[in-house]
Ligand binder design. Sequence first.
Ligand code: TEU
Length: 546
Amino acid sequence: MGFKDKVVYQIYPKSFQDSNSDGWGDIRGIISRLDYLADLGINYIWFNPMTVSPQRDNGYDVADYRSFDPRYGTMEDFELLSAEAAKRGIGIMFDMVFNHTSTEHEWFKKAMAGDEKYKKYYIFRKGKGPGLPPNNWQSKFAGSAWEYVEKFDEWYLHLFDVTQADLDWTNPEVRQECADIVNFWRSKGVHGFRFDVINLISKSSFEDDPNNYDGRQFYTDGPREHEYLEELNRNSFGQDDDHLTVGEMSSTTIANCVRYANENGKELDMVFSFHHLKVDYKNQMKWELQPMDFMSLKKLFTDWQIGMQEAGAWNALFWNCHDQPRSVSRFGNDKEYRKESAKMLATALHMMRGTPYIYQGEEIGMPNAYFTDISQYVDVESTNIYKVLKEQGKSEEEIIHILQERSRDNARTPMQWDDTDNAGFTDGKPWIQAADSYHTVNVKSTLNDPDSIYRHYQKLIEMRKTMHVVQEGRFIPLLQDHPKIYAYERRDENDSLIVLSNFYAENAEADLDLENYEVYLSNYADTDVKNHMVLRPYEAVILKRK
Ligand code: TEU
């Protein structure tokens, strides 16, 4: 496979760089920052959707799959971006949102006008009775997953926002439309694709969730999922030798992912799974806080590493994305150990078996936005949950605290380029406010610092590009019962690396046989290799066999 030596960088285009002062990031802005990314060393950029959208869910409500939203730019701008990226050896990945379309999409509009062909593109069902939806499923953004349409006396399914109507993948015409869209972008030279919530497209049945939960057991990893992915592969990207595909898998299992992303399979190259990003959810509930359960985190990483490895399947590795709070605030310490802990998290993740993804700003250790007022939040999920938590009687203060920890907007504030107004993102009025941290945490100050988080990422990326053991080595867990250190070995025929990461703000000790090892990379200047290692707060070290 051609991607084991690659690292992907994720750009949230709306917040990356504005070039025309309208407060929105755009393609021209991205072009002006390509040198920065080339210098970091990444191989691919995954862009969140830039296609036409009412932006109710920031582009994941697609109204036209084949044109750019003019606020991002034009097809000509994109062609320039593509050429400029290629000059720097950077490939492009686009985001395909195929579980649903915006209700502004022409298919949905035709469906609503009564066109039978297009009604069959969506999931319309009769209710259980007057005023009662077809079942008790809940939208991922709060409330019923069904919306009533009076003129049909039917309801349509929307697993996400009411303006994101689910497509009916049992309809072969829908599947062909989706393949055609991928082929359209292939014809524009795009060979990388990220498929949004792609494991939700096969619904098994439309019965009530007996546990009064959200219904996910009936639409996650459904019965025809593998068949649909094989077909999409065959009819589109699978025809390119140099494709790179990743599926976003919501609440999935290792058993399914070893099939989705099997080296000998014909589905996808790799998968995003999210279990490791729920270890700070109390009772699995996103809006209930608890400190991270470190032992679960370790076990999840290890189970996924080994489960995928043994089956010959491939993981995408990530701490951050546009849906997650910032990892340095969440699993590290964004106060006194911001630098150490950001480097530690990067080390622990990047040396694992799989393909690392870096989310914009992660490489400079951007912390959560910590907005203090509900008016600063834009995300539909955050504003919806605010109302729900209010109705549950929670205080304003408590709700804001929860959003500061969990809101997706923590990841969506402008990229922090320098300490000028709006973090150097725009000289207009940004669509979302910049986080206060930009005064100290920004690219400009980073580039002047030889010991920066950014430099550490550069080194990790370089290791992935040049070291066979990082690309292909086996993953072997170490110190599995240790309460503070995450440890593993990567081993191939010639080399062995041992990676030790202290996830806590106090010293952590471990005994290992390190006679033949020396320090290859550390986030402290003076790490000593001993059989009895004492790791300082958030110390992370990569040891290499001599
Ligand atoms: O996200 C899918 C998804 O289920 C989430 O990560 C979601 O944000 C979380 O469950 C809410 O608690 C994808 C996109 O990444 C996200 O931005 C979109 O909003 C969503 O699909 C709908 O297209």
